[in-house]
Design a protein around this ligand. Structure first.
Ligand SMILES: [Cu+2]
Length: 162
């Protein structure tokens, strides 16, 4: 058994133990995943759209940087910031997104988001969109992101289970 395999089994065992103990106990959060993605969604688009925006919460357990993103359904995916200049809201591409340790970075409407440019076809509710995020340290994380409309999209972890 390699050290890496042993490490994986150990972290699985710890994750199971944590789940049994109640996953939200302080000190019980698994540190095996350097980056966690939560509440990811892609906004549904009008029928003839060529762009779509993706949103999510990125939790970094160590400092990291989101270097680039891609999707087989878009020609390119840019990291965008929304800025208000002279009262007009504008989007501007940024080359990377810094993540501080322990911080949750929210990609949300009106703020930072991923812009999918040159999408193959419109995105409708019920569909999922593959997204690949490349982090400097955590490596590549593949996601299947549900398409939602603004009204039904997740707003954060305070939306707990019923
Ligand atoms: Cu944008």
């Amino acid at each position: 058994m390699t050290g890496r395999t042993r490490e994986r089994i150990w972290s699985l065992a710890r994750a199971l133990a944590c789940a049994a103990a109640g996953a939200l106990l302080v000190g019980c959060s698994s540190r095996s995943e350097p980056i966690e993605i939560a509440n990811a969604w892609v906004a549904a688009t009008p029928p003839n759209a060529t762009v779509a925006a993706a949103y999510m919460d990125i939790v970094a357990h160590g400092s990291d940087r989101l270097l680039r993103a891609s999707s087989p359904l878009a020609q390119q995916v840019e990291i965008h910031q929304t800025l208000v200049e002279d009262g007009v809201s504008k989007m501007r591409p940024i080359s990377e997104l810094a993540l501080a340790e322990g911080e949750t970075v929210k990609l949300e409407p009106g703020g930072t988001h991923l812009m999918m440019i040159g999408i193959a076809s419109a995105f409708a509710t019920g569909q999922t969109v593959p997204l690949s995020l490349e982090f400097e340290r955590a490596g590549t994380i593949e996601l299947d992101v549900p398409v939602m409309t603004h009204g039904t999209a997740p707003h954060g972890s305070d939306h707990s289970h019923h």
